[in-house]
Design a protein around this ligand. Structure first.
Ligand SMILES: [Zn+2]
Length: 482
């Protein structure tokens, strides 16, 4: 079946037709790294991680780009407060972002461009918009002239007149039109700034995404995503910039996820009103948080509810238990056994294989219908029930075993696309890292014994660059992560 998705631009479900056969390009607006991520911030990244995995499951080669807005008023304010450089604040919270999202099993995007690495590209696009008559300069500030872009408002579905009437924009005498927005901001005294043809300054917010999406993915990209709050003005402005600059369609499918609302009153004191990912993970596993976010359709809002998060924790444990029970019966081997003829199968064997095959078909149907992860999660739990019920009696024959292997394969495939990976796998990965570091420590000890201190120091320094600190302890050398 073909994938159909709701496109904010056309306000309807459309069949996905990629720009290039078997390829899918994705741009997702990333975070402004000035604070820890909360559960709401994580939602777009978890849902896009599943969209990407599902596209890969369907055989698409995916290219996924997500930016970091590493210069912004909020970063500058925090840097001033803490007497740090803006780059230090951004650098720290980019690391924290990865630590949090890794914990939720979110695969890394292929490219994470940062604003501060793309100033010349940004200046080039602003210059181009000035030359084409879509922008104007006022005393070192550059504004986009929305009246020049005839399609302005097409994403949010409002005309310029409606937008103007509905907007309570502060009067800014420098602008021709209240909806005009800054492409380049003249530097304030003491503020971080870059040289430009218009004097010292820094980019406005919207321009970075048009520049980086075009740079890494080209024109007419397949998917652009972000929270529903970004439709206007951010994505509207991205379209205005990119399409005025290239004369081509910027994005084929615009997808927007709903909010996580933290207005519920039943919040536990310890968690406060807005729950950061690390706070949630003090009580619940990362996979439970992930399961919780995926249990609602991505376009619907979620009213954050601790009880539902606790239920997700139990749900996740049920999935894990099934996984472990399967491993006890089948071992780790994933080798498929030849499918037995239907008539040689016991009744319960027939029931299991039918249930598993139906689960896979229903899973695809759910995901093909605008990435309905809520339904897909339900299908995974149905299959878990089938497997558990089968496992209540011992596996009686080679034929039954073949069927169980097949059911496990489908169970794992669906879990994989939803990114609900078994904790034992994560554990194995950690054990591997631990063993590798122990080997490196031994090599360094050997270098010291041989009085090759330069080599020993080099090993220590390079580990430190990776955030791994070596410490001398009575029992020998230990390591810890910074
Ligand atoms: Zn953006």
């Amino acid at each position: 079946m073909s994938l159909r998705i709701y496109n904010t631009l056309t306000k309807g479900k459309e069949e996905f037709r990629p720009r290039e056969a078997n390829k899918a390009s994705i741009y997702v607006c990333g975070v402004t790294p000035y604070n820890y991520c909360h559960v709401g911030n994580a939602r777009p990244y978890v849902v896009w991680d599943v969209f990407r995995r599902y596209l890969e499951y369907k055989g698409y080669e995916v290219h996924h780009v997500q930016n970091f807005t590493d210069v912004d008023d909020k970063i500058l304010a925090r840097a001033a407060e803490e007497d740090k450089r803006p780059a230090e604040v951004a650098g720290k919270f980019i690391e924290e972002y990865f630590a949090d999202l890794d914990g939720l099993g979110v695969k890394r995007a292929h490219v994470y461009p940062k604003v501060t690495d793309h100033i010349p590209d940004i200046i080039r696009m602003v210059q181009g918009l000035l030359e084409k008559g879509y922008a104007y300069q006022v005393n070192g500030d550059i504004f986009y002239d929305v009246s020049q872009f005839k399609d302005y408002g097409k994403l949010s579905g409002r005309s310029l007149e409606e937008l103007r009437a509905g907007a309570r924009v502060e009067v800014d005498e420098r602008k021709n039109n209240p909806m005009d927005f800054a492409l380049w901001k003249k530097a304030k005294p003491g503020e971080i700034s870059w040289n430009s043809p218009w004097g010292q300054g820094r980019p406005g917010w919207h321009i970075e995404c048009s520049v980086m999406a075009l740079k890494y993915l080209g024109e007419n990209i397949d998917f652009h995503g972000g929270g529903v709050d970004l439709v206007f003005p951010h994505h509207e402005n991205e379209i205005a910039q990119a399409e005025a600059f290239t004369g081509q369609t910027f994005v084929r499918y615009w997808l927007h996820n709903g909010f996580v609302n933290f207005s519920g009153e039943k919040m536990a004191k310890s968690l406060g009103n807005v729950v950061s990912i690390r706070e949630a993970r003090q009580q619940y596993s990362g996979m439970a948080v992930r399961l919780y976010l995926l249990s609602t359709h991505y376009r619907s809002p979620i009213d954050f509810d601790l009880e539902k998060l606790a239920a997700a924790q139990k749900g996740w444990e049920r999935l894990q238990n099934a996984q472990e029970a399967l491993e006890q019966v089948l071992g780790k081997t994933t080798e498929e056994l030849p499918a037995p003829p239907q008539e040689e199968l016991s009744e319960r064997g027939q029931k299991l294989i039918k249930g598993a095959q139906e689960a896979q078909a229903r899973f695809e149907e759910a995901m093909d219908d605008d990435f309905n992860t809520a339904l897909a999660v339900g299908v995974l739990f149905d299959l878990t029930r089938e497997i558990n019920s089968f496992l209540r009696k011992p596996v009686a024959s080679q034929e039954e075993k073949a069927v169980l292997v097949r059911a496990r394969k489908i169970f794992q495939t669906i879990s994989d696309v939803l990114g609900l990976v078994s904790a034992t796998e994560v554990g194995d990965e950690e054990k591997l890292v631990d063993s590798l570091i122990q080997i490196i420590i031994e090599i360094r000890q050997k270098a010291r014994q041989d009085k090759d201190y330069a080599r020993a120091d080099e090993i220590r320094d390079r580990l430190a660059q990776l955030g791994i600190v070596l410490e001398d302890a009575p029992q020998g050398v230990r390591y810890r992560r910074k």
